[in-house]
Design a protein. Structure first.
Lengths: 126, 126
Protein backbone atom coordinates (compact mmCIF):
# COMPACT_ATOMS: atom_id res chain seq x y z
CA UNK A 1 0.00 0.00 0.00
CA UNK A 2 1.35 3.35 -1.03
CA UNK A 3 0.79 5.84 1.77
CA UNK A 4 1.64 9.41 0.76
CA UNK A 5 2.11 11.42 3.89
CA UNK A 6 4.30 14.45 3.36
CA UNK A 7 2.73 17.84 2.82
CA UNK A 8 5.11 20.07 0.92
CA UNK A 9 4.80 23.82 1.24
CA UNK A 10 4.31 26.08 -1.77
CA UNK A 11 6.01 29.46 -2.02
CA UNK A 12 3.45 32.18 -1.34
CA UNK A 13 4.42 35.55 -2.82
CA UNK A 14 2.34 37.67 -0.40
CA UNK A 15 3.72 35.80 2.59
CA UNK A 16 7.30 36.26 1.43
CA UNK A 17 6.69 39.96 0.72
CA UNK A 18 5.37 40.42 4.26
CA UNK A 19 8.80 39.46 5.60
CA UNK A 20 10.60 42.56 4.38
CA UNK A 21 9.84 46.15 3.47
CA UNK A 22 13.07 47.56 2.02
CA UNK A 23 13.05 48.48 -1.64
CA UNK A 24 15.42 47.56 -4.47
CA UNK A 25 16.71 44.55 -2.49
CA UNK A 26 15.71 41.37 -4.33
CA UNK A 27 15.24 38.20 -2.31
CA UNK A 28 15.65 34.76 -3.85
CA UNK A 29 12.57 32.54 -3.48
CA UNK A 30 13.52 29.50 -5.49
CA UNK A 31 15.89 28.05 -8.03
CA UNK A 32 15.04 26.36 -11.30
CA UNK A 33 18.23 24.66 -12.45
CA UNK A 34 20.68 27.60 -12.55
CA UNK A 35 17.96 30.24 -12.68
CA UNK A 36 16.52 32.11 -9.72
CA UNK A 37 13.08 33.48 -8.90
CA UNK A 38 13.46 36.69 -6.94
CA UNK A 39 10.88 38.91 -5.29
CA UNK A 40 11.43 42.63 -4.91
CA UNK A 41 9.75 45.89 -3.94
CA UNK A 42 10.70 48.94 -5.97
CA UNK A 43 9.62 52.57 -6.02
CA UNK A 44 11.00 55.55 -7.88
CA UNK A 45 13.73 55.54 -10.47
CA UNK A 46 16.54 53.08 -11.05
CA UNK A 47 19.69 53.51 -13.15
CA UNK A 48 20.18 52.72 -16.82
CA UNK A 49 21.82 49.33 -17.19
CA UNK A 50 21.81 46.20 -19.26
CA UNK A 51 22.70 42.56 -18.83
CA UNK A 52 25.26 41.59 -21.45
CA UNK A 53 24.82 37.84 -21.07
CA UNK A 54 21.16 37.25 -20.29
CA UNK A 55 17.55 38.15 -20.84
CA UNK A 56 15.61 39.20 -17.74
CA UNK A 57 11.95 38.42 -16.98
CA UNK A 58 9.66 40.72 -14.96
CA UNK A 59 6.25 39.62 -13.60
CA UNK A 60 4.24 42.25 -11.71
CA UNK A 61 2.37 41.10 -8.61
CA UNK A 62 1.06 44.45 -7.37
CA UNK A 63 1.32 48.00 -8.65
CA UNK A 64 2.36 49.47 -11.98
CA UNK A 65 5.87 49.10 -13.36
CA UNK A 66 7.26 51.08 -16.24
CA UNK A 67 10.42 49.88 -17.92
CA UNK A 68 12.05 52.60 -19.97
CA UNK A 69 14.15 51.77 -23.01
CA UNK A 70 16.27 54.17 -25.04
CA UNK A 71 13.55 54.18 -27.72
CA UNK A 72 10.36 53.81 -25.69
CA UNK A 73 8.83 51.98 -22.75
CA UNK A 74 6.57 49.17 -21.59
CA UNK A 75 4.07 49.47 -18.72
CA UNK A 76 3.05 46.38 -16.75
CA UNK A 77 0.30 45.85 -14.20
CA UNK A 78 -0.54 42.82 -12.03
CA UNK A 79 -0.77 39.62 -14.07
CA UNK A 80 1.53 40.95 -16.75
CA UNK A 81 5.08 40.07 -17.71
CA UNK A 82 7.85 41.25 -19.98
CA UNK A 83 11.21 39.84 -20.99
CA UNK A 84 13.97 42.40 -21.52
CA UNK A 85 16.38 40.94 -24.09
CA UNK A 86 20.04 40.69 -23.20
CA UNK A 87 22.10 43.73 -24.05
CA UNK A 88 19.10 46.07 -24.14
CA UNK A 89 19.51 49.11 -21.90
CA UNK A 90 16.59 49.57 -19.56
CA UNK A 91 15.55 51.53 -16.49
CA UNK A 92 12.72 50.33 -14.24
CA UNK A 93 10.49 53.04 -12.78
CA UNK A 94 7.55 52.93 -10.38
CA UNK A 95 5.58 56.00 -9.32
CA UNK A 96 4.18 54.03 -6.38
CA UNK A 97 5.64 50.88 -4.86
CA UNK A 98 5.59 47.83 -7.11
CA UNK A 99 5.92 44.25 -5.94
CA UNK A 100 7.27 41.96 -8.59
CA UNK A 101 9.08 38.78 -9.54
CA UNK A 102 12.35 38.65 -11.44
CA UNK A 103 13.53 35.51 -13.17
CA UNK A 104 17.14 35.43 -14.30
CA UNK A 105 20.27 33.27 -14.06
CA UNK A 106 21.87 32.84 -10.65
CA UNK A 107 24.53 35.52 -10.24
CA UNK A 108 22.77 38.24 -12.22
CA UNK A 109 23.31 41.63 -10.55
CA UNK A 110 20.46 44.12 -10.40
CA UNK A 111 22.64 46.82 -11.94
CA UNK A 112 24.03 44.58 -14.68
CA UNK A 113 27.56 45.71 -15.59
CA UNK A 114 27.05 49.24 -14.28
CA UNK A 115 27.91 48.57 -10.64
CA UNK A 116 27.70 51.51 -8.23
CA UNK A 117 25.80 52.27 -5.07
CA UNK A 118 22.48 50.88 -6.33
CA UNK A 119 23.94 47.38 -6.63
CA UNK A 120 22.04 45.11 -4.24
CA UNK A 121 23.34 42.15 -2.33
CA UNK A 122 23.14 39.13 -4.62
CA UNK A 123 21.87 35.65 -3.82
CA UNK A 124 20.02 36.80 -0.70
CA UNK A 125 17.38 34.20 0.15
CA UNK A 126 14.11 34.54 1.97
CA UNK B 1 17.07 65.51 -27.77
CA UNK B 2 16.21 61.96 -26.85
CA UNK B 3 12.63 61.26 -27.90
CA UNK B 4 11.35 57.89 -26.70
CA UNK B 5 8.35 57.00 -28.78
CA UNK B 6 7.74 53.26 -28.93
CA UNK B 7 5.17 51.69 -26.63
CA UNK B 8 6.01 48.06 -26.11
CA UNK B 9 3.26 45.63 -25.13
CA UNK B 10 3.44 43.51 -21.99
CA UNK B 11 2.21 39.91 -21.94
CA UNK B 12 -1.13 39.79 -20.15
CA UNK B 13 -1.93 36.35 -18.74
CA UNK B 14 -5.74 36.81 -18.68
CA UNK B 15 -5.75 38.09 -22.25
CA UNK B 16 -3.68 35.13 -23.45
CA UNK B 17 -5.89 32.68 -21.55
CA UNK B 18 -8.97 34.13 -23.24
CA UNK B 19 -7.61 33.00 -26.60
CA UNK B 20 -8.01 29.28 -25.97
CA UNK B 21 -10.11 26.94 -23.86
CA UNK B 22 -8.63 23.47 -24.39
CA UNK B 23 -6.98 21.84 -21.41
CA UNK B 24 -3.55 20.23 -21.02
CA UNK B 25 -2.26 22.08 -24.10
CA UNK B 26 0.45 24.51 -22.98
CA UNK B 27 1.02 27.66 -25.04
CA UNK B 28 4.36 29.44 -25.08
CA UNK B 29 4.14 33.10 -24.06
CA UNK B 30 7.76 34.15 -23.97
CA UNK B 31 11.35 32.98 -23.95
CA UNK B 32 14.05 33.86 -21.45
CA UNK B 33 17.31 32.73 -23.05
CA UNK B 34 16.60 29.01 -23.69
CA UNK B 35 13.75 28.83 -21.19
CA UNK B 36 10.07 29.19 -21.99
CA UNK B 37 7.11 30.65 -20.11
CA UNK B 38 4.00 28.63 -20.93
CA UNK B 39 0.39 29.14 -19.96
CA UNK B 40 -1.97 26.20 -19.59
CA UNK B 41 -5.43 25.20 -18.38
CA UNK B 42 -5.69 21.85 -16.65
CA UNK B 43 -8.50 19.92 -14.97
CA UNK B 44 -8.62 16.39 -13.61
CA UNK B 45 -5.75 13.95 -13.39
CA UNK B 46 -2.53 13.76 -15.35
CA UNK B 47 -0.07 10.86 -15.60
CA UNK B 48 2.91 10.14 -13.40
CA UNK B 49 6.08 11.40 -15.05
CA UNK B 50 9.36 13.11 -14.36
CA UNK B 51 11.82 15.27 -16.22
CA UNK B 52 15.24 13.64 -16.11
CA UNK B 53 17.18 16.72 -17.14
CA UNK B 54 15.41 19.68 -15.63
CA UNK B 55 13.52 21.20 -12.75
CA UNK B 56 10.05 22.54 -13.58
CA UNK B 57 8.39 25.63 -12.09
CA UNK B 58 4.62 26.00 -11.56
CA UNK B 59 2.93 29.33 -10.77
CA UNK B 60 -0.85 29.24 -10.22
CA UNK B 61 -2.86 32.11 -11.68
CA UNK B 62 -6.38 30.89 -10.89
CA UNK B 63 -7.77 27.81 -9.15
CA UNK B 64 -6.18 25.19 -6.91
CA UNK B 65 -3.46 22.85 -8.14
CA UNK B 66 -2.32 19.75 -6.33
CA UNK B 67 0.93 18.12 -7.37
CA UNK B 68 1.20 14.57 -6.11
CA UNK B 69 4.56 13.01 -5.36
CA UNK B 70 5.25 9.39 -4.50
CA UNK B 71 5.64 10.39 -0.85
CA UNK B 72 3.18 13.27 -0.50
CA UNK B 73 1.83 16.34 -2.24
CA UNK B 74 1.87 20.12 -2.46
CA UNK B 75 -1.23 22.28 -2.97
CA UNK B 76 -0.96 25.69 -4.64
CA UNK B 77 -3.45 28.52 -4.99
CA UNK B 78 -3.21 31.83 -6.89
CA UNK B 79 -0.01 33.71 -6.11
CA UNK B 80 1.84 30.56 -5.18
CA UNK B 81 4.63 28.67 -6.89
CA UNK B 82 6.54 25.43 -6.58
CA UNK B 83 9.61 24.01 -8.29
CA UNK B 84 9.57 20.26 -8.90
CA UNK B 85 13.19 19.07 -8.88
CA UNK B 86 14.49 17.14 -11.85
CA UNK B 87 14.00 13.41 -11.67
CA UNK B 88 11.18 13.64 -9.12
CA UNK B 89 8.06 11.79 -10.20
CA UNK B 90 4.97 13.97 -10.03
CA UNK B 91 1.36 14.04 -11.13
CA UNK B 92 -0.56 17.32 -11.38
CA UNK B 93 -4.22 17.20 -10.36
CA UNK B 94 -6.99 19.81 -10.37
CA UNK B 95 -10.50 19.14 -9.13
CA UNK B 96 -11.68 22.26 -10.95
CA UNK B 97 -9.95 24.00 -13.81
CA UNK B 98 -6.63 25.61 -12.94
CA UNK B 99 -4.91 28.28 -14.99
CA UNK B 100 -1.19 28.36 -14.47
CA UNK B 101 2.26 29.21 -15.74
CA UNK B 102 5.02 26.71 -16.39
CA UNK B 103 8.64 27.75 -16.67
CA UNK B 104 11.05 25.20 -18.09
CA UNK B 105 13.72 24.81 -20.77
CA UNK B 106 12.63 25.01 -24.39
CA UNK B 107 11.88 21.48 -25.62
CA UNK B 108 10.56 20.12 -22.32
CA UNK B 109 7.60 17.79 -22.97
CA UNK B 110 4.60 17.86 -20.65
CA UNK B 111 4.84 14.10 -20.13
CA UNK B 112 8.60 14.08 -19.56
CA UNK B 113 10.04 10.78 -20.74
CA UNK B 114 6.75 8.92 -20.46
CA UNK B 115 5.34 9.85 -23.85
CA UNK B 116 1.88 8.49 -24.74
CA UNK B 117 -1.43 10.02 -25.69
CA UNK B 118 -1.28 12.80 -23.10
CA UNK B 119 1.80 14.30 -24.72
CA UNK B 120 0.91 17.80 -25.93
CA UNK B 121 2.24 19.60 -28.96
CA UNK B 122 5.49 21.28 -27.95
CA UNK B 123 6.64 24.82 -28.70
CA UNK B 124 3.12 26.02 -29.56
CA UNK B 125 3.06 29.81 -29.27
CA UNK B 126 0.20 32.15 -28.52
Amino acid sequence: MNVATKTYKPINFAEKLSLFSDQWQPRVLAELNDYQFKIVRIEGDFIWHDHKDTDEAFIVIEGTLRIDFRDGSVTLGPGEMYVVPKGVEHKPYAEHEVKMLLIEPRGTLNTGHEGGERTAQNDRWI
